[in-house]
Design a protein. Structure first.
Length: 373
């Protein structure tokens, strides 16, 4: 079904509901009464035929309280990993008990960035989600912060929610926040204007985000939500930011038609949608003005247009592509190693064989393995 309004999300076949630490945890303890109202809504959606996947934060906050760690468990990476290890047990128990009261089975899935960046592991995660849903379980997903590092992690569950929605082939994502949705500036500003609908996350929309999280518990903020919306929209998935601070937050927001809905924009193939949502390029390729123009018209990236190569990547790795003015043009899977790219930088096809010692490939990044920014 096409999703054109907030109320349509309640009729979707499959949705992802993201719950942040600031809503779920207060002073190291779960907000059980509030969570009970949300779980009742999830049970109601399931009864009406909507398949629900939950992305839940809260493990670090719960574990830090139990271990009595400073700064909510975020004083160091080691503290965060230890807190997550303890907190995941508590978080899984919490969701299992709450959903069990409505006759629903919770299924825990802990994922890392690599699980959704690597194509084979992404497909494995997708298959697991599909089987769990077929079996009638409610997947409860979180980043595996007990092993995630600063360099290799999502870092927020907003972008993770969008990637999970891709893997699960969901129609919609609901991000529960502590504000009604997106404003054109800090909502504390009396002149701030609320934005109910967004058709495409443009640089102007991104500029509206402050990137801050007022609670001090979460790791996201509005910027992370907009980045999640960009991933979702390109995969043809609607994403909404709603105020989760109320009891019965989903019903309250949908009944009042209050929230910001990001409409689906993309019609990319499943593989290209996965590629556009990848978050960790291994290197950067900079191209000249002529190549920039050619890429805009759907061409492949050729060595003759390369002006700079950054990083130490292998063939098949993800690389970001930038224009001469520093503008991000897109990203794709590179056909050469970083050393080979440097060797053929700026060379035409007939000059490349002498440098490489073998016949050159058709492109540095083929258009079939590239997505625009």
């Amino acid at each position: 079904m096409a999703i054109a309004s907030l109320s349509d999300l309640a009729q979707a076949r499959r949705i992802v509901v993201k719950v942040g630490s600031a809503l779920l945890i207060e002073r190291g303890q779960a907000r059980a009464e509030w969570l009970a109202t949300l779980v009742k809504e999830i049970a109601g959606l399931a009864k009406d035929g909507t398949q629900v996947i939950v992305v839940s934060s809260g493990a670090i906050a719960l574990g830090a309280a139990k271990l009595k760690l400073p700064k909510g468990g975020r004083a160091s990476l080691a503290d965060a990993q230890a807190a997550a290890s303890v907190g995941q047990v508590e978080l899984a128990r919490l969701w299992s008990e709450m959903l069990g009261q409505h006759g629903l089975t919770a299924a825990q899935m802990l994922v890392t960035l690599d699980d959704l960046e690597d194509r084979r592991r992404y497909l494995n995660a997708s298959a697991t989600l599909e089987r769990l849903i077929e079996a009638g379980a409610i997947p409860v997903i979180n980043e595996n912060d007990s092993v995630a590092t600063e360099e290799i992690r999502f870092g927020d569950n907003d972008r993770l929610s969008a990637r999970v929605a891709q893997a699960a082939q969901a129609q919609g994502v609901l991000l529960l926040s502590d504000v009604d949705g997106l404003y054109d500036r800090d909502p504390a500003d009396p002149d701030a204007s609320f934005i109910p609908t967004v058709e495409g996350v443009t640089p102007e929309i991104i500029a509206m985000a402050t990137g801050s999280s007022g609670s001090g518990l979460g790791s996201g903020g509005m910027l992370a939500k907009l980045q999640g919306a960009r991933i979702a929209e390109r995969a043809g998935i609607a994403l909404a930011i709603i105020n989760g601070t109320h009891a019965d937050p989903i019903t309250t927001a949908l009944a009042a038609d209050r929230g910001t809905l990001f409409l689906p924009q993309g019609d990319e193939s499943a593989r290209k949608a996965w590629l556009s949502g990848r978050l960790a390029p291994a290197g950067v390729l900079t191209v000249d003005a002529g190549c920039t123009e050619a890429l805009a018209h759907g061409a492949s990236l050729l060595a003759a247009g390369l002006t700079e190569v950054e990083g130490d990547f292998r063939r098949g790795d993800l690389v970001a592509i930038f224009g001469a003015k520093g503008e991000r043009l897109g990203q794709g899977l590179v056909e050469y190693t970083a050393a080979e790219c440097r060797a053929i930088l700026g060379l035409r096809e007939e000059e490349q064989a002498a440098k490489l010692g073998y016949s050159p490939r058709a492109a540095v990044v083929h258009r079939d393995h590239m997505v625009k920014a």
